[in-house]
Design a protein. Structure first.
Length: 254
């Protein structure tokens, strides 16, 4: 089948798709602080890489794929104190997601897959709420493989699983593989390790990066990032997205 970008299509071309076999993929990221070495839209870059890798796999098994433009303004409370971060309210973002899903549903598209790379608790809350709000027999099928939960997260890198991965080796590697010219690599190679687990800090009730021990908005081991690891991680993210969609479609048939 074919892989399309929604913004490139006309409305008649959307209507001519095999809509029951069409999967719309929505990349979700953030505009927020990612250390002194990665751009503010790092999460968007990762989400788009995940979406494209998943799209290739799903297209190869006979599905029509429509890639949506990535959402880049999302809840980002943990980094809100850092200049450049855009923090959107959880209810606002949930409503936006529900409306996007409703618009796709009105067009006859049967499935919406969310490729999310922004792990702020408020963003995850909004995504889960939106997925729940769109459930029902007549609603669009929403697939959201949450990489902070099993089984998906267990397939990602050791640093990711440790929770010390914001702007660290995990994200830095993907940016080197995807768009190395936007990485301040000289700075990155000089950064000290910050092995504090952000996920553990969140569970302990800490409310932002600085309080959790990330005064420069990074956690993990950024100096160890490699493009090779980034390319492998992008492929794993693509596998996760494609498998989640295929599982949801299989369950629907059963």
């Amino acid at each position: 089948m074919t892989l399309h970008r929604l913004s490139d299509l006309t409305w008649e071309e959307v209507g001519a798709l095999d809509l029951d076999r069409t999967v719309a993929i929505l990349p979700v990221g953030a505009t927020e602080a990612h250390g002194p070495h990665l751009p503010l839209d790092t999460d968007v870059t990762i989400a788009e890489a995940m979406a494209e890798a998943g799209a290739r796999r799903l297209s190869a098994v006979g599905l029509e794929i429509v890639l949506l433009d990535g959402l880049r303004y999302t809840p980002a409370a943990f980094s809100a104190r850092f200049p450049g971060t855009i923090d959107i309210g959880t209810a606002t973002f949930t409503a936006l997601l529900v409306d996007i899903a409703a618009s796709l549903s009105r067009a006859g598209i049967a499935t919406l897959a969310i490729a999310n790379a922004h792990l702020d608790p408020a963003n995850l809350e909004a995504l889960r709420a939106a997925a729940a709000a769109t459930s029902g027999d007549d609603a669009i099928r929403v697939v959201f493989p949450d990489v902070t939960r099993r089984p998906w997260g267990s397939r990602l890198t050791e640093e990711f699983r440790s929770g010390a991965c914001h702007a660290g080796r995990y994200e830095g590697s993907i940016l080197l593989a995807r768009d190395s010219g936007r990485v301040r690599e000289e700075i990155m190679r000089e950064l000290e390790d910050n092995p504090v687990s952000l996920s553990a800090a969140i569970r302990a009730g800490m409310g932002d990066f600085a309080e959790a021990g990330g005064t420069r908005a990074y956690f993990g081991y950024p100096s160890q990032a490699t493009a090779e690891e980034g390319r492998a991680t992008i492929e794993t993210l693509g596998d996760i997205l494609a498998e989640a969609v295929r599982e949801a479609l299989k369950e629907e048939k059963e």
